[in-house]
Ligand binder design. Structure first.
Ligand SMILES: [Ca+2]
Ligand SMILES: [Ca+2]
Ligand SMILES: [Ca+2]
Length: 485
């Protein structure tokens, strides 16, 4: 155990993996830190029974205690290092104190013990194995250093939600504030700019095996220095760096909170996050949840008619609402408003809501496809709305020419106002380019990077002329995420 300068007490857990590169197999050793934050102002209640004795370094030395002895007694590593230094310097110290703990206590002042009588490595394994968080009463790891209301304790903020391009904190969008600094970050000549704005030395660009499932340690937190196909469920039981220390690639993906990222269109119950973080956000999870009324009865009866998954599992999900699909259909048309919004909360970027027509019962491939979307027109001025519902500006989804790769999310991602300019004609920063027909400016590196940043995907069209940018890190042959021309 070690105590860092930032008041974290940490365990180091070694992980060994093998990886192939150019037909040679390498052994990769990783040391993963597990830390507990000890708030500086927190008064630690010292349990006298946990301390068998206290010895100053001078006393340890007098008793011929070596640093190896301290190691065998599971003392904190930094205390051992200090003691070794003290021995080698041959000085005196009556202020440095070693706490000799009564088992099972440990720590710099014997303040810790395991709840269960087992080794640390088996404890870690147990935690990884039980990652089905939302089915059990286990505690979540939440990012607590930001004021964030995101409507459910089940979906508390994960560090990966910060600056991922969509608003998670519904009160004030705190998680996406100031992210423009990262977007506008400029890299040195010999660096590659990751999609999320970070810079890494260009030597690390595509330096791993091109086999997509063998990426072990991308240098960009979002993995954009390597060409890869995301291994869909690989992180659920994996605590190595490639899972614990990675972000989801920006914009399109859903963050399971454990290093697994799902494409947003497949999140609703088809390939779920192993830990069920996605289910906590969708109706499959709270279908029968009496406390959560985000999905109205109308939404449920409509889905029982139009979503094949539910009609196949009718007895489980729908039987308590209506006796058969025909009855559900009649009930929806009879009892529900002609148009309604579900869920009641925004599904995207803090303002985009999905809506349904009660008489619209065409088959829904993934269940959630809305009949219309409502949004804040101050944030998104270019789609032409087709109607208003209550105070919302709404648009029929069949007006949007959506495909499986161009989703509602792509439309509204282009509304992200981070780079709005007041200048009518140009973008002031020379590294930015104006999205055709709007007053939004995007970084030139966003041109042809595989994601529509401008309305209508202008930046992904040839009109944006990416080859003329003379960007040495553009690949002419690859697909996204690395920009091409
Ligand atoms: Ca976010
Ligand atoms: Ca790399
Ligand atoms: Ca783009």
């Amino acid at each position: 155990m070690m105590i860092t300068d930032f008041n974290h007490d940490c365990f180091y857990s070694p992980i060994t993996k093998s990886a192939s590169l150019n037909e040679t197999t390498y052994i990769i050793e990783q040391i993963v830190e597990y830390c507990i934050r000890t708030l500086s102002k927190e008064i630690i209640d010292i349990n006298e029974k946990s301390i068998s004795s206290k010895l100053t370094f001078d006393e340890l030395k007098k008793n011929n205690i070596t640093s190896t002895d301290l190691m065998q007694w599971s003392s904190p590593i930094d205390l051992i290092e200090r003691y070794e230094y003290f021995l080698q310097m041959n000085t005196t110290s009556a202020t440095d104190v070693f706490y000799n703990c009564t088992p099972p206590w440990f720590g710099s002042i014997c303040q810790y013990r395991f709840v269960l009588n087992q080794s640390f490595s088996s404890f870690i394994q147990m935690r990884i194995d039980e990652r089905k968080l939302f089915d059990e009463n286990t505690t979540l790891t939440c990012y607590i250093h930001m004021k964030c209301d995101n409507h459910s304790f089940l979906t508390c903020l994960d560090w990966r939600d910060i600056c991922d391009g969509k608003v998670n904190c519904l009160d004030d969008g705190e998680d996406e504030k100031y992210c423009i600094e990262l977007e506008m970050n400029r890299c040195e000549e010999n660096e590659y700019q990751c999609q999320n704005g970070m810079c890494v030395n260009e030597d690390f660009l595509s330096d791993e095996d091109i086999s997509p499932f063998r990426i072990y340690n991308p240098e960009c937190l979002d993995g954009s220095d390597e060409i890869r196909v995301k291994d869909l469920a690989s992180c659920a039981r994996d605590s190595s760096f490639k899972c614990e220390d990675v972000l989801c690639p920006q914009h399109t993906n859903f963050n399971c909170g454990d290093g697994t990222c799902l494409a947003v269109e497949v999140t609703r119950g088809i390939i779920p996050c192993t830990n069920n973080r996605d289910r906590a956000m969708n109706y499959m999870f709270d279908w029968n949840n009496p406390v959560d009324a985000r999905y109205s009865r109308c939404f449920k009866t409509l889905m029982c008619v139009s979503y094949p998954f539910l009609s196949r599992n009718f007895d489980k999900y729908c039987k308590n609402l209506c006796n058969n699909t025909q009855e559900c259909k009649i009930q929806t048309i009879k009892d529900c408003p002609p148009a309604f919004i579900a869920p009641t909360l925004p599904v995207w970027d803090g303002h985009v809501r999905f809506g349904y027509f009660s008489n619209e019962t065409t088959i829904r491939r993934s269940g959630y496809e809305p009949d219309f979307v409502c949004y804040n027109k101050d944030l998104c001025s270019f789609p032409i709305p087709t109607f208003t519902l209550d105070s919302y500006t709404c648009l029929h989804t069949n007006q949007l020419n959506l495909t499986s790769s161009y989703t509602v999310y792509d439309i509204f991602r282009a509304c992200n106002q981070l780079f709005k300019t007041d200048n009518e004609n140009t973008c002031l920063d020379p590294t930015t380019v104006r999205c055709s027909g709007t007053n939004k400016c995007i970084r030139k590196r966003r041109i042809m990077d595989g994601f529509a940043d401008c309305y209508d995907g202008f930046d992904e069209s040839i009109a944006a002329n990416s080859c003329a940018l003379n960007d040495k890190h553009r690949f002419q042959w690859s697909s996204h995420p690395i920009p091409q021309c």
